[in-house]
Design a protein around this ligand. Structure first.
Ligand code: SAM
Length: 472
């Protein structure tokens, strides 16, 4: 029944294979010989399959867990260096016809304020985001074919890309909207989106159907096969994720990796990113109503095991998590974070009035983007506003091939420095600017090729003189 190459959800995410995997992991969680073999394979940077990774996740031998963490740190450092890419979500509409029991946008919620941004409002929001320094957005909507049809999403993407305010620009729009048709994915691709992101929420079919009792999202197969349709529509950068807390985390972890293996098996390219959201308090949602909440230690272990299992896949952590939690995960594998986020429809241009709450969930990290940038640098990271890869056509298997050859490093580090420089010139506070200038002066010496080092030094000067948007 289990077949990673199948296009049927229940065959590439086989329930029986997940149960067998969990049994195998549990039986082997103290099998030191096997664990050492798995760790040795992971050290070769070739990734792990879901069975191997599940054994690591289950293993609770302190020295082995420490080895997993240190390997995750090593791999993180090798593939992503000390760069952290920054983005912000932009909620366009919270109209929704679904009944997701964990989400306050569910159709039965009659007291949450329903909003949809007009194109004029989008312009204001995007200018506010540009004025913070953002270059990369993730647009978010509820599912509502009448109030929020694909034409509205496409028009909004067009609006977002067209706004050039002072030195600002949104250079990459990622899209997190409900599962849709191949034809609509094709339209999104043509509109120039970066990654198509869709969280599975849970891979457990029976729970999925209970958690999505009504609306089009109830259809497990249609939702689970969405990434296949996205790929068939020409989108080769897709982002997976599960909403931790809804189901048993071991089940979700295994399903997530099986989904990644499926994409690799069928399309020759794994997921571009994996997101690891946890259920949060929201308007009429109490996260404690779900039985599968995970503590911070388990969460960190999941992140480390994902890092080790799929080294080429970026990992995203949002402002659902506190600064303290994010700090720990940055070292274990996370490569992208949001900053200065609002989860309401509107709210960047001017704060939403209290009586008008339209937010999807409560944010735990409320710092400004400048504070986040400064904090990252204090921790030894390079905040990056880079969007070069997809603009240079480095997507899908092209991106993965470069990544696997280690070639991506030659572009990412210089691009991070050049985009950070732009941020410092245009948006940073005095304190952040000083810290950033010192960081760039130090980091430029870490560019191995002299020719590239010289080129970057020249371009940094040109940025000081007013030029923008250099990329390798
Ligand atoms: N409506 C789209 C769909 O059908 O997949 C996705 C966009 S939704 C705005 C973004 C994500 O927020 C959801 O996929 C879900 O995982 C997450 N989310 C919903 N309620 C949440 C909550 N209470 N806490 C944390 N995350 C939540």
């Amino acid at each position: 029944m289990y077949n990673p190459k199948s296009l049927k959800a229940e065959e590439f995410i086989s329930h029986q294979e997940i149960l067998d995997t969990l049994e195998y992991a549990s039986a082997n969680k103290h099998n030191i010989r096997l664990i050492d073999e798995i760790l040795a394979k992971a050290r070769e940077r070739k990734g792990l399959n879901h069975r191997e990774a599940a054994v690591l996740l289950d293993c609770d031998i302190p020295e082995k867990v420490e080895e997993i963490y240190s390997l995750a740190r090593e791999i993180k450092n090798e593939f992503y260096g000390n760069r952290i890419v920054l983005f912000a979500p932009l909620y366009l509409s919270n109209y929704c016809v679904n009944g997701c029991v964990y989400c306050p946008y569910h159709a039965k919620n009659k007291h949450i304020k329903r909003k949809k941004l007009s194109q004029e409002e989008i312009v204001k929001e995007v200018i506010a985001l540009q004025d913070m320094g953002h270059k990369r957005l993730a647009i978010e909507t509820g599912e509502d074919p009448t109030n929020c049809p694909i034409e509205y999403v496409l028009e909004s993407i067009n609006t977002i890309y067209s706004i050039k305010h002072k030195n600002g620009a949104i250079r990459r729009v990622n899209v997190n909207i409900a599962a849709t048709t191949v034809e609509n994915y094709r339209k999104l691709k043509e509109a120039g989106i970066g990654t198509y992101v869709l969280f599975q929420e849970t891979y457990h079919k029976e729970s999925y159907e209970k958690l999505h009792p009504t609306g089009p999202k109830h259809n497990y197969a249609y939702h689970t096969e969405a990434m296949d349709r996205a790929m068939q529509g020409g989108i080769d950068d897709v982002g997976l994720g599960v909403l931790f807390g809804l189901e048993n985390y071991r089940y979700e972890f295994t399903g997530l990796l099986m989904h990644a293996e499926h994409l690799e098996a069928v399309y020759g390219v794994g997921p571009h990113t994996i997101s690891v959201p946890r259920v949060k308090k929201a308007d009429d949602i109490d996260p404690n109503q779900f039985d599968n909440g995970i503590d911070d230690d388990t969460f960190a272990k999941i992140v480390a095991c994902i890092r080790v299992a799929v080294p080429y896949t970026g990992m995203i952590i949002s402002t659902r998590e506190s600064a303290k939690c994010r700090e720990r995960l940055l070292n274990l594998g996370v490569s992208q974070i949001s900053g200065g986020s609002k989860t309401s429809v509107g709210g960047y241009y001017e704060p939403e009035p209290e009586e008008e709450n339209s937010a999807q969930f409560e944010v735990s990290d409320n710092r400004t983007l400048d504070e986040v940038v400064n904090w990252l640098m204090g921790l030894g990271f390079i905040p990056s506003f880079c969007t070069a890869c997809y603009r240079e056509g480095r997507t899908g298997d092209r991106f993965m091939t470069l990544c696997k050859n280690g070639q991506i490093q030659n572009c990412c580090h210089p691009n991070a420095l050049m985009t950070l420089k732009e941020y410092l010139m245009d948006y940073a506070s005095e304190k952040t600017r000083k810290t950033g200038e010192a960081l760039i002066a130090k980091e430029i010496n870490n560019i191995p090729k002299e020719k590239v080092r010289k080129l970057v030094a020249e371009r940094l000067k040109l940025i000081e003189q007013g030029s923008r948007d250099f990329r390798l």
